[in-house]
Design a protein around this ligand. Structure first.
Ligand code: FEO
Ligand code: CA
Ligand code: CA
Ligand code: CA
Length: 614
């Protein structure tokens, strides 16, 4: 298991051609199905989605209804074998019962409600949108060749288990832990999770969800007095006047003029236990507050041991922002994965930001109070302040501003989560690289191209491969190289600023989320290919070929106006899952999946039931 370094032709499928068709296009010998679309009920006995008598649709839905139904704009997806730890297959049959947990990044009222306008939206519309945010937990089951939504599934897949189905929304109460837990800026109720983009999952069976562009929900940042809070809100892009959605009209917590600290309650990694609905979801302040894209977990076991520290990687998806990792103080015991102590592992540890040097070396710079004091005495009151104002801490230590770090993934062994020492950082694009800096902070940003972000106006993005020193994920030093620069390998020149891809095969732009199959091949889902090429967003399989160059092969193209999120293989690799986010966004012509555009999950299988991509 690992990243291929030798000559290899592991992909047996026929590449899909570029297309703008309003459907999911897969290779010959493959078929797709949709499941768990926005609006479907999670519970047996609820009304169907539709416009018939007694049916529920966006035009008549109440917030209470949306709380019982699948949310909007699916993003990250994780699958947990049910019962916990069940093997991928037995007696030649794929394991069939899973708890699917997935994010709902954001809502666009105009793509949801007939006649929508933010300025005239009624309270019920706003509350439906709040309820359409967050996370869905649902049972799914493989029956023959088809995945079905099992509304009655119970934890453990036994009749006496708790019901799996559950929603976490923009109003669900959260616990807070870590260094900033008792900071006055987090006092009062912490309600809801917003802009849940990607995330991760842990070997103790929990789901991690990353709060990303939470700034967009807040209004009137300009009303704050000068100071660190106002600076932080400006750095994060909080709106000075009315917010785009105007939720502040009905919910004063989104009006910073009325509740100035509310913006600190978002921008965290949150943890949900799909195997125990009575365990309250938690926001982990130790991992820092920024526009988290993801939260990828590996465990670093000392040689021959079964207990190891947990290492979590996360990117801050903004132009010129940073890559982070978090190393826990405590250890995970692989012999007892559901041990109670594991549920507080992410509350205590050391947070680092990455510095990528021009010579291919790099450092993880500790964001500890002692280190910050040595560089800018008095800039941060304590560790809580660093956790709350993490971007500013990254500025002070001199982390490397990257081209919008989206997914950061590390191949790891199922079950134990042992890593390989390799980490892949996906930089999706940066239209300002080479131009002016986008967030003045007191640290001057040149915005110029540099070794790790080599293209001005980087519109197609790139993937950096990090190798931790000694293949040890807890190391504070590493080396790095490009896995690939995205673009068109057949473009005229490879000059900086061009979009020539440094690979061979199928062109693409704006890589976002990635995943690995059981052979260690890296698969890419894109968000922004249509900005560069006449092709909808897509999924591509990559492998390192004999000459060391990466080969890229297009596996799937999504419907018109969508982005592809949450790429994931079933544990036995006989199904490829992804989420179709915002088909036909902003009024673009899409009727995917079935007449009405609805974000939805997609499952792709070979018609002969074989291994995907073989
Ligand atoms: Fe929500 Fe960074 O993508
Ligand atoms: Ca998105
Ligand atoms: Ca993303
Ligand atoms: Ca993106």
């Amino acid at each position: 298991f690992g990243v291929p370094t030798e000559a290899q032709a592991a992909t047996g499928f026929t590449a899909v051609a570029e297309t703008t068709a309003d459907t999911v296009t897969v290779p010959p010998g493959y078929s797709f199905q949709t499941l768990l679309p926005w609006g479907d009920s999670l519970f047996e006995g609820d009304a169907a989605w539709g416009t018939g008598a007694g049916e529920v649709n966006a035009g008549n839905m109440t917030a209470d209804e949306q709380e019982r139904r699948i949310g909007f704009n699916h993003d990250m997806l994780a699958l947990f074998a049910n019962p916990f730890g069940a093997p991928a297959s037995a007696n030649g049959q794929s394991h069939s019962a899973y708890i699917a947990v997935f994010n709902h990044e954001y809502t666009t009222g105009s793509d949801m409600f007939p006649g929508y306008s933010a300025t005239t939206a009624r309270r019920n519309t706003v509350d439906v949108e709040l309820a359409a945010h967050g996370i869905t937990v649902a049972g799914i089951r493989l029956e023959g060749d088809t995945w079905v939504h099992d509304k009655g599934m119970r934890v453990g897949d036994t009749p006496d288990g708790a019901l799996v189905a559950r929603r976490i929304t923009g109003t669900t109460r959260f616990l807070v832990d870590g260094p900033a837990k008792d900071d006055p800026r987090l006092s009062g109720p912490v309600a809801g999770t917003l802009n849940n983009c990607a995330g991760g999952f842990t070997p103790w069976g929990t789901y991690l969800s990353a709060e990303e562009n939470f700034n967009q929900y807040f209004a009137n940042a300009s009303s704050l007095p000068a100071g660190t809070t106002k600076d932080n809100y400006r750095i994060l892009g909080m709106t000075n006047g009315a917010s785009q959605r105007r939720w502040e009209k009905y919910h004063s917590r989104f009006d910073l003029a009325k509740m100035p600290n509310e913006g600190f309650k978002f921008g965290w990694i949150v943890e949900v236990d799909p195997f125990d609905p009575t365990r309250r979801p938690v926001k982990h302040t130790a991992i820092g507050r920024f526009k988290h894209e993801c939260a990828t977990v590996v465990v670093q076991y000392p040689e021959g041991q079964t207990k190891g520290k947990v290492v979590l990687y996360s990117g801050d998806d903004e132009r010129f922002d940073y890559v982070y990792k978090f190393v826990t103080d405590g250890t995970f015991d692989s012999a007892n994965p559901r041990a109670k102590g594991h549920f507080s592992l992410l509350s205590s540890g050391t947070l680092y930001a990455a510095k990528l040097n021009a010579d291919g070396t790099g450092e993880w710079l500790p964001l500890t109070h002692a280190n910050l004091e040595s560089k800018a005495a008095g800039a941060f009151a304590d560790q809580a302040d660093i956790c709350l104002r993490t971007r500013e801490a990254g500025d002070v230590v001199g982390a490397t501003p990257m081209d919008r770090p989206e997914d950061v993934e590390a191949p790891h062994t199922p079950g134990t989560f042992a890593g390989t020492g390799k980490v892949f950082v996906v930089c999706t694009n940066n239209s300002n690289r080479g131009g002016s800096a986008n967030r003045p902070t007191g640290t001057v940003r040149s915005g110029a191209a540099d070794a790790a972000n080599p293209r001005t106006n980087n519109r197609t993005g790139h993937i950096v491969q990090i190798t931790e020193n000694g293949n040890d994920h807890t190391s504070t030093t590493f080396t790095w190289q490009f896995y690939l620069l995205a673009g068109d390998p057949k473009a005229a020149s490879g000059a900086v600023g061009d979009v020539k891809g440094t690979f061979f095969g199928d062109r693409f732009g704006s890589p976002d989320n990635i995943t690995f199959d059981n052979r260690g091949l890296l698969w890419i889902a894109t968000d922004g290919t249509p900005n560069s090429y006449p092709c909808n967003d897509q999924v591509l399989c990559t492998e390192v070929a004999g000459n060391g160059k990466v080969r890229v092969k297009r596996f799937l193209v999504g419907p018109y106006g969508c982005e592809i999120c949450g790429p994931l293989f079933s544990p036995d690799n006989t199904t490829f899952f992804c989420n179709i986010q915002h088909p036909g966004e902003d009024g673009q012509p899409s009727s995917f999946p079935n007449g009405q555009k609805r974000p939805t999950m997609v499952a792709v299988r070979r018609t002969d039931g074989g291994i995907i991509g073989n």
